[in-house]
Design a protein around this ligand. Structure first.
Ligand code: PLP
Length: 420
């Protein structure tokens, strides 16, 4: 496949941005290819600046559950733009979006709109600390919760891809209150609570991990987190930035039937625009300014353009819920089956999955790290050469969308089966 124009742009971009990119995994350094520069995308397909067409399983890392450039979403955004891009003031769209979110996430009794998943998580943790008047938090190795200082410890995703254990530039003081536990390992959590129970403000978790590759929670693990946080009067935060509106319309909390105190949403909820949400129990959210003393603000928060993309996306999901989630499960299962028939080691929950190039059952950060990333890079290049656009990292998810056609799935299965 000829990607000359992408290579040229990539060379130029490196003069302006670190590594030529605005987010590290995009640089494709782990797979030995130049990143593709995208010209446009529609439905399940993405087109690079050399005119190549690919079936897209990155889907902007999750938001595009309806595929690219959904007509209803584009129309809603276009119409909203005509009335102004941002007011820095109240508008009724904020209420409409909040209502839709609360309907499907009843645990989010009160919520705030922000601009990125990073901001949502950072703010949720501040609210949890303000409410409990405690400083320590528990996070899991391999879970990614955005790039705020206190959370950049064994945080999977781009760091794992680029072999950066923990970020530089984070003073030790910022992570002193971050306690690390092992995903799917109850004892590691119990131990932290036995030692620090009265100081732990919250446990934050990806209810289905997707940033060390997809790693589902083992039976009873989320319920255990619910029970232990209740026992110690700590809060439980589900970071549903990926799983929200993806595992089901009510996210992972509905899929696994465990209710957190606070939830963060991003990616799908903004329908492709920069929008994220944090929210939960009223008594916790009432600690946030101007009602309470936990400060959090945003010039562009709740801007009408992003809000309209979110509203339209959630409406489409709601109106076609059964059809969309049944279809996603069906075609994702077909892909999983093809991978398994080819002897691949795959973890899948609903429409997110990861092929791990290891013989170990991947259940946490340590087992994920046993993957052979050189072998993964070969797989990536094989898929790209066959017109399939997948994440250029062993430690990311493959995202299936409602726009993927049966023909796309067949073509993808053929590419999987032709891997040597
Ligand atoms: C993507 C992601 C984030 C960060 O969201 P950004 O919008 O990239 O800041 C946080 N948590 C999880 C689980 C994510 O997948």
């Amino acid at each position: 496949m000829n990607i000359q124009n992408s290579e040229k742009f990539y060379a130029q971009a490196q003069n302006f941005m670190p590594g030529g990119v605005n987010s590290p995994v995009r640089a494709c350094r782990a797979v030995g290819r130049a990143p593709l520069f995208i010209d446009h995308a529609k439905g399940s397909k993405i087109y690079d600046v050399d005119g190549n067409e690919y079936i897209d399983y990155i889907c902007s890392w999750g938001p595009n559950i309806l595929g690219h450039a959904n007509e209803r979403v584009i129309n809603a955004v276009t119409e909203t733009c005509q009335r102004g891009l941002t007011f820095g003031a109240c508008h009724s769209g904020e209420i409409e979006l909040a209502k839709l979110i609360k309907k499907h996430f009843p645990s989010m009794e009160m919520l705030r709109l922000v601009n990125s998943g990073t901001e949502a998580v950072m703010s949720a943790i501040r609210a949890a600390r303000g409410y409990t008047k405690r400083d320590k938090i528990v996070k899991f190795e391999g879970c990614y919760h955005g790039h705020s200082d206190g959370l950049l410890v064994k945080s999977g995703s781009g760091l794992l891809t680029n072999s950066i254990p923990d970020s530089a530039g984070v003073p030790k003081g910022y992570t002193d209150n971050t306690l690390l536990a092992k995903y799917n390992n109850k004892e590691s959590v119990e131990k932290l609570f036995e030692e620090h129970g009265d100081d732990i403000a919250c446990v934050i978790v990806e209810p289905c991990a997707a940033n060390m590759g997809v790693v589902p929670p083992q039976e009873g693990f989320l319920r255990f987190l619910r029970d232990i946080t209740l026992k110690y009067n700590s809060l439980l935060i589900f970071d549903e930035v990926i799983t929200g509106f993806r595992l089901s319309i009510g996210g992972a909390q509905k899929y696994y039937n465990v209710k957190p105190d606070l939830t963060t949403l991003g990616k799908i909820v903004g329908g492709g625009m920069p929008l994220a949400v944090y929210g939960g129990k009223k008594e916790v959210m009432q600690c946030v300014a101007p009602l309470g003393s936990v400060y959090q603000a945003g010039t562009l928060s709740g801007n009408p353009v992003a809000v309209s993309a979110g509203i339209e996306t959630l409406k489409i999901l709601e109106e076609n819920e059964a059809e969309i989630y049944t279809r996603l499960e069906k075609i994702s299962l077909q892909l999983e089956n093809a991978m398994q028939e080819s002897g691949m080691n795959v973890n899948r929950v609903g429409s997110i999955m990861t092929v791990f190039f290891t013989n170990e059952k991947v259940k946490d950060y340590d087992t994920a790290k046993t993957a052979d990333t050189a072998r993964f890079a070969e797989y990536f290049r094989h898929m790209q050469d066959n017109g399939i656009y997948t994440a250029p990292s062993q430690f990311e998810a493959m995202f299936v969308s409602f726009a993927h056609t049966d023909e796309d799935i067949d073509k993808t299965i053929n590419a999987i089966k032709s891997l040597e």
